[in-house]
Design a protein. Structure first.
Length: 144
C-alpha cells in the first residue's frame, strides 16, 4: 500500500514535517533497543515487547520526518504498512517480521498465557536493530 493510498483511506494525516521530532524518536527507539538487550536474561516477553516498541517508535519517527502521523484505529498496523511502503521490497521480510511482532506482542499484552521463547526474543532484538538502523539511515541524510 502506498503512502497516497494510506492518506486516501484516512489512515494517516499530514502534519508539519519535523526533523527534530524524528531525531528524538530515533534516539528513543535506540534507547528502547538498549533496554531490551539488558532485559533479555531477565524476561524474554518484555524483551520482545521493548524490541517491538523500538521498531514502532522508529516507524513513527519516519512518519514525523515525512510529515505524517497515523490516524484512527489500528495505528500500530498503519505504522507497519507505512514503513513497508517507504522501505520498499528490499526490506519486505523485515517489515513482515515487524508485522508478526505487532500481532504477537498484542497477544502477549492481552493474553497472559502466550510465552515468548528465548530464541524468539533474540531474533526480535536482531530485527529491531536492523529496522531501527534502516529507518535511522533514511532520516540521518536530512540532517545537513
Amino acid at each position: 500500500m502506498t503512502v497516497e493510498k494510506l492518506r486516501n483511506e484516512g489512515l494517516i494525516e499530514p502534519i508539519s514535517a519535523s526533523l527534530p521530532k524524528a531525531v528524538r524518536g530515533i534516539r528513543r527507539a535506540q534507547r528502547d533497543f538498549s533496554s531490551a538487550q539488558i532485559m533479555l536474561p531477565i524476561d524474554e516477553e518484555w524483551t520482545y515487547t521493548m524490541a517491538y516498541h523500538a521498531m514502532l517508535r522508529a516507524g513513527r519517527a519516519l512518519m514525523a520526518a515525512d510529515g505524517y502521523r497515523p490516524k484512527g484505529k489500528a495505528q500500530h498496523r498503519t505504522v507497519v504498512v507505512y514503513v513497508g511502503s517507504r522501505l520498499g521490497s528490499r526490506f519486505r521480510d523485515l517489515v513482515s517480521d515487524f508485522d508478526r511482532m505487532r500481532r504477537k506482542r498484542h497477544e502477549f499484552v492481552y493474553d497472559f498465557e502466550r510465552p515468548i521463547p528465548h530464541q524468539e526474543a533474540e531474533q526480535a532484538l536482531k530485527d529491531a536493530q536492523d529496522l531501527v538502523g534502516a529507518i535511522a539511515s533514511l532520516i540521518r541524510p536530512r540532517r545537513s
